[in-house]
Write a protein that binds this ligand. Structure first.
Ligand code: NDP
Length: 331
């Protein structure tokens, strides 16, 4: 029998364990042209929360009583598809199942010689690509500028912040605990870190650490954090709306200060980013990320949760700040 996690309830507010159900299914067998895949590492990501709402978006919502899906690194254990050999490793958007069959469409071969398998869900997967391409397309960093990153100890944020350092910027990171602040300053090499849980007035706190103002803001959090950064932006600032995790569990969206006045005065650019729109640049981005990993200018961290059954807890943990770097479940 093979384990599967299905989506049981659409959460109101923060997701809970009862929104998921672990079921056992018969081992599938691959049909003509199909491969049988065994999941090894499964990615949990904040954007999955958006798919739990029954709303139209850039990606369809999850259906109730069907498996959740996310990026998975899997092993081909049986192949009736001439493009894949058994024993190979692949990554792709797959179901939260121990074993599953696939036609092979959308699977990418993973080169184990390049990096350990979970890295293909993080720094060499959509995480690293998002950090690199959002800065490349919208941030357009110049040496000497000030970059602020929220969620700076997380998967995307920790990579984006280090890219800022590689590109010669002063980089300040915002995170949710003193341990994370220490981590981003000492291990990821940022100039300054700020624990938002300890600050009464974030706009003032940012003024304290970004004495030359903010040129680029890599926003993973949205909401009040974005409002506070906007009060500190310089002329021609670029604001990358990558994520808004502080709002993902809200049942009613809060109204904040209106940004247009600041954007006009500062002739600033605020632009949304979706990694799925940039597939044609993945090769170039991966080559650069790989080169930085090799020469040691970029490092990455993972928070590895062990056990397929722990997928819901790991996912919920993202909203409790339980990860440093990429949160991954080892099956
Ligand atoms: P992270 O690894 O950053 O994990 C989530 C982190 O968010 C937590 O560890 C926590 O850190 C922080 N957090 C959770 N709740 C809150 C809150 N209410 N306020 C402030 N911080 C909070 O996840 P990812 O790096 O995978 O994703 C980061 C963001 O980027 C997400 O918003 C995600 O949706 C987005 N994203 C967007 C993509 C795109 O194409 N646009 C692609 C990939 C990701 P802490 O302890 O510091 O609070």
């Amino acid at each position: 029998m093979s384990k599967t996690i299905i989506f049981k309830n659409r959460p109101a507010g923060k997701p809970s364990r009862s929104d998921f159900e672990l079921v056992h299914e018969e081992d599938p067998g691959p049909g003509e042209g199909e491969v049988l895949l065994k999941s090894h590492y499964i990615s949990v990501d904040p954007y999955l929360r958006g798919r739990m709402r029954n709303e139209e978006s850039y990606i369809p919502p999850f259906k109730l009583n069907e498996p959740i899906e996310s990026m998975v690194v899997a092993e081909v254990v049986e192949s009736n598809n001439p493009n894949f050999q058994s024993g190979e490793f692949v990554s792709g958007m797959l179901k939260w199942k121990e074993l599953q069959v696939s036609s092979g469409t959308g699977l990418n071969r993973v080169d184990r010689a390049l990096a350990p398998l979970p890295a293909f869900l993080g720094v060499l997967g959509l995480t690293g690509l998002t950090a690199y391409l959002a800065l490349d397309k919208i941030g357009k960093l110049k040496p000497g500028e000030t970059l602020v990153v929220s969620g700076a100890a997380g998967a995307v944020g920790s990579i984006a912040a280090q890219i800022g350092k590689i590109q010669g910027c002063m980089v300040a990171g915002i995170a949710g605990s003193d341990e994370k602040v220490q981590k981003i300053e000492e291990d990821f090499g940022l100039d300054r870190g700020l624990n938002y849980n300890k600050e009464e007035d974030m706009a003032n706190a940012l003024r304290r650490i970004c004495t030359d103002g903010v040129d680029v803001y890599f926003d993973n959090v949205g909401g009040e954090m974005l409002d506070a950064v906007l009060q500190n932006i310089n002329k021609d600032a670029r604001i990358i709306n990558c994520g808004a995790i502080s709002l993902y569990n809200e049942t009613e969206l809060p109204t904040g200060p209106r940004p247009e006045g600041i954007l006009i005065k500062k002739t600033a650019l605020m632009q949304g980013f979706l990694i799925r729109d940039h597939a044609k640049d993945f090769g170039r981005a991966l080559r650069q990320l790989g080169a930085w990993l090799q020469d040691g200018s970029l490092i990455y961290e993972e928070t590895m949760v062990e056990g397929f059954e722990k997928l819901p807890e790991a996912f919920i943990g993202l909203f409790e700040g339980r990860n440093v770097g990429k949160m991954v479940v080892k099956v």
